[in-house]
Design a protein around this ligand. Sequence first.
Ligand SMILES: *Cc1c(COP(=O)(O)O)cnc(C)c1O
Length: 345
Amino acid sequence: MNISPPHRLRLDGAALVANWRWLKQQGGNAACGAAVKADGYGLGAREVVARLAAAGCRDFFVATWAEAAALMPLPQGTALSVLHGVRPEDMAAAKSIAARPVLNSPEQVRRWRAAGGGACDVMIDTGINRLGIAPEDADVLDGLAIETLMSHLACADEDVPQNAAQRRALLAVAERVPHRRLSLANSAGLCLGPGYALDLTRPGLALYGGVPRPEAAGHIRQAAFPEAQVLQRRRVSAGGSVGYNATWTAAGDTEIAILNLGYADGILRGFSGTGRALADGRALPFLGRVSMDLIAVDATAAPALAEGDWVTIDYDLPIAAAASGLSQYELLTGLGDRFQRCWVN
Ligand SMILES: *Cc1c(COP(=O)(O)O)cnc(C)c1O
């Protein structure tokens, strides 16, 4: 049966591609890749890869081999790197799937060699202390066929000396470790200046509408728009309360609309009393607590809004992050499976 769900995620393919083009331009002559882990930050990795590949993107990044397998076969002429490298239980997949591991430790390097080696990427830890081979252990890389030698910035969204220090540390390793391309910048790193782009960049967040640093504001377009149907319109009399724990009480008679989505869809309770929906450009503030599957909004500004009408949740990422206390990353990757993903453009 084809049941159309009461909420959907409208995805703007033109915004996605425009964001990639802007990021590519920031990187000058560097190739611009795309991080599509976590199912393309919640938008749908397969669709994202197809659209960016058509725009000219050649290098994609996922976290795990399960994510890599789900993207096969890749569009012609593109390559995929698996950021978490190879656990013992990944080796069969790593040898059969057309993707490269990003080797992250001496153990992973030994494992890859023992299985016959072949083209790989390597992560150098230059200070994030999360994944990566320490510069002093770089001797274990002797003789490896390294496609991309990379590192990852810990604080690229801040103006701190650590950014330049990490860049210097990567360049120092690059002098003694043969590689084809060098890569450092994520979305925020791309905003730090031309010296950070090197040969290949790896933006994620900003492709999907996140604004990682002030330099990107006004250039990055929102790409994901949660939309929900009105399930019911009602009037709350003065003194009446709305939702669990009665956290909002009507000062006067108030027209409200009940939306068919909630925290189970990723619109978390941090939006209670701070989020808003938009109906024909008019703001409808959330009232009371966000429930699992329902959200109440003030419908005063939309007198004609009725059962069955669709509204858009205000999900401009910097605004929604400030309203909810969540990061722009969490806002995207938390969007639930119940949303029907609908690409426009
Ligand atoms: C997720 C990730 C990226 C993309 O980062 P954004 O901040 O989303 O642009 C790039 N490189 C690595 C290693 C990552 O894990």
